[in-house]
Design a protein around this ligand. Structure first.
Ligand SMILES: O=C(O)CCC(=O)C(=O)O
Ligand SMILES: [Fe+2]
Length: 263
């Protein structure tokens, strides 16, 4: 029998928003290194330098009227097919991949992905760990709990924000380790903005994938304080970016403009 997507990725939900999934070790070490090799072997003209990052655009040009499509190279379809098969969340094959490269002091402003995309995004992380912040859109920050009913942390699974239910949309963060896959959709996609601060030491106190955070600190052999109490040691509450971080943002543009470059 077909296994539904929710069943398949249920164990990977992190935080309070039910449509955000973090899958550690999605790639093996050799797969990680191979992808980096391909990215850095791409011709120089593929890189577009922005103020706060560099990027490569694969799959074609995203246009209001749809995608002026270009076939993805095999080294990318290998990974997008794996994401498609294992997530079962995309309506059709992933046809667009944005590769971002961030130096330790670079980031991306809080934003919501454009309307041309199907509202599911899969992000593969390579290189340095990084913290991605999710913040509710202004207007959804109904953060004062007036009811005192203990429901203040719950984000409802249905529909648009409903003030009567005293829902609170709290900012939170996800630690993105190299080789991991982050998928978010629906509410996490449309009611929150996502971004990465352009600082080399990022705060970790809002990180919802705590296991990964502890593993990171274990692997970094932080000594001294035994616990993770607030204020004990700044290093225990932060993530230090020492090398570049590269990400692959994989999406579906449902509308493909077949009349390519017709003048
Ligand atoms: O680099 C990332 O992890 C996020 C990139 C992103 O949000 C985007 O390209 O829309
Ligand atoms: Fe984005």
């Amino acid at each position: 029998m077909e296994v539904g997507p929710e069943e398949k990725l249920q164990g990977f939900v992190v935080g309070d928003v039910p449509t955000l999934y973090y899958i550690p070790d999605f790639l093996t070490h050799p797969q990680h290194d191979q992808l980096l090799d391909h990215i850095y072997q791409a011709p120089a003209f593929k890189w577009k330098t922005l103020k706060n990052r560099r990027l490569q655009n694969w799959g074609g040009v995203v246009h209001e009227k749809g995608l002026l499509a270009q076939e993805l190279p095999p080294w990318l379809t290998n990974i997008t097919q794996k994401i498609f098969d294992e997530s079962r969340m995309f309506p059709s094959a992933i046809n667009h991949v944005l590769i971002n490269e961030y130096q330790p002091n670079q980031g991306i402003m809080p934003h919501q992905d454009g309307p041309a995309y199907f509202p599911v995004v899969a992000i593969v992380s390579l290189g340095s760990p990084v913290v991605m912040d999710f913040s509710p859109h202004l207007g959804l920050t109904n953060s004062t709990n007036q009811s005192g009913n203990g429901m203040e942390d719950i984000v409802s699974g249905t529909g648009a924000p409903d003030r009567n239910l005293q829902k609170t949309y709290k900012p939170f963060s996800v630690l993105l380790m190299p080789r991991s896959l982050l998928i978010f959709k629906d509410k996490a996609y449309s009611e929150y903005m996502h971004g990465i601060e352009d600082i080399p030491v990022q705060r970790g106190d809002r990180v919802v994938n705590v296991g990964e955070f502890l593993k990171y600190h274990g692997a970094n052999q932080i000594t001294g304080s035994e616990d993770l109490c607030e204020g004990t040691d700044v290093d225990l509450n932060s993530i230090r970016r020492t090398t570049n971080r590269i990400s692959l943002t994989c999406r579906v543009v449902p509308k493909v403009n077949k009349k390519l470059f017709k003048f």
